[in-house]
Design a protein around this ligand. Structure first.
Ligand SMILES: [Zn+2]
Length: 405
């Protein structure tokens, strides 16, 4: 879901290849951590003088997977403290701690062998890998691999995600609408966690979370203004997916993912025309076309052809046919797009035209097109719409309520 896109980043620097996860999307190749005994959040430990952004009573936490399946995790902080699963202080370090998995146990700084679960905090803050300001982190050892899960206060998570999923120059009402979508996604995920050990992945699989350091005030204000608000459909938490730019019309969830969702139906959108990816073009070279064909199971010869052979009602490609030398394969357009690269083929709203041995691919919008169009939301806000109006346009039939309806 949610995911969105990136956004803009597009406009700015080299946009990372990114495609949002979505309802029903399998957690990629991520292995389940299995039945890990977990507590709902890491509670403050007696004697923990480590600063933490929130030991406030009643604060809700989102468990965000920062890294998984690695053999080692490096933690940095002036003071680092770790508690075992039973709440006892298990280890301390200054500056840096390197954790390694040894079967179902965690080796601390190359020496002591601890249990399979550690709750870690740092003062004044904790840095995990390249992420700064992660708050408290749970480290789990499973079959020789380590998993790092940040336990983040919900509203801090909303602001931090917003800072990566939306540009700061967006109108405050558009940012507020996105904040509600980000929070709704997280609350829905926490109600049905991806894994017993975490609620969401801190990447495009769910929503990008790079820590809470350096989150600009505009994002914190958008989260604050909408604190606790979520989108519901008939009382249930809605799947508030979003994307960068729809290119003129959003997509039906049914067309994109094969599952109809009443409030994720195609909407005309004339507010995203100033998006830098409203229209785009990508020249696929002969070399790249041959690579993609080969990767998708068609040995490329001199007569390699790539063509759109099916479209959804909103004009997005649904099927792509690759053929050469009497061999052909017809596949989901999404599969073609994934192989070619999400940042090159920015949406399935595209035409593929062979030109002198290459392919000229022109398209509209960026992302899956389902749910809220971020640039459309910004366009609406600039025309004077409030965040509620924006949300109800892209998620028609829903209601905006507190977390407890
Ligand atoms: Zn749009």
């Amino acid at each position: 879901m949610a995911a969105a896109l990136l956004l803009l980043l597009s406009a700015c620097a080299g946009a990372p290849s990114r495609e949002p996860a979505h309802p029903g999307a399998p957690p990629a190749s991520r292995p389940s951590l299995g039945p890990v005994p977990t507590r709902p959040g890491i509670t403050a430990r007696p004697g923990a003088v480590v600063a933490s952004p929130s030991d406030v009573t009643g604060t809700r936490f989102i468990r965000v997977l920062l890294s998984g399946g690695t053999s080692e995790v490096v933690l940095r902080g002036e003071t680092i403290r770790a508690w075992s699963a039973d709440g006892r202080l298990a280890a301390e370090a200054a500056g840096r701690a390197t954790l390694a998995a040894v079967g179902e146990r965690i080796r601390w700084n190359g020496s002591r062998l601890l249990g399979d679960t550690l709750d870690v905090a740092g003062a004044p803050d904790l840095r995990v890998g390249t992420r700064e300001g992660t708050g408290r982190v749970r480290i789990l050892a499973r079959k020789g691999e380590l998993f790092a899960v940040a336990v983040v206060p919900q509203e801090a998570y909303v602001a931090a995600v917003l800072s990566r999923e939306a540009p700061p120059r967006f109108h405050p009402e558009a940012l507020a609408a996105l904040a509600v979508a980000v929070r709704t996604y997280a609350v829905g995920a926490a109600a049905k966690p991806r894994d017993p050990a975490y609620d969401v992945v801190g990447s495009v699989e769910d929503q990008v979370f790079d820590g809470m350091d350096g989150v600009a005030a505009v994002f914190r204000e958008a989260a604050d203004r909408t604190r606790g608000l979520v989108v519901r459909y008939r009382g249930e938490i809605a799947r508030t997916v979003y994307h960068s730019t729809c290119g003129g019309r959003t997509e039906d969830a049914g067309s994109a993912w094969g599952k109809d969702i009443p409030y994720l139906r195609a909407q005309f959108c004339d507010d995203c025309a100033d998006s830098p990816v409203y229209r785009w073009e990508y020249r696929m070279s002969e070399t790249e076309g041959r690579r993609v064909a080969k990767a998708l199971g068609v040995p490329p010869g001199k007569d390699l052809r790539i063509a759109v052979t099916g479209r959804t009602p909103t004009g997005r490609a649904s099927r792509v046919r690759i053929s050469s030398g009497g061999v052909y394969r017809e596949l989901q357009a999404a599969e073609f797009r994934r192989e070619a690269g999400y940042a090159k083929i920015r949406s399935r709203k595209m035409e593929i035209v062979p030109v002198a041995g290459e392919w000229r691919i022109t398209g509209e919008g960026w992302g899956h097109g389902v749910g809220m169009c971020q640039f459309g939301a910004n366009g609406m806000a600039r025309r004077g719409a409030g965040y509620r109006e924006i949300l109800l346009r892209y998620y028609p039939g829903t209601k905006i309520t507190g977390e407890t309806p």
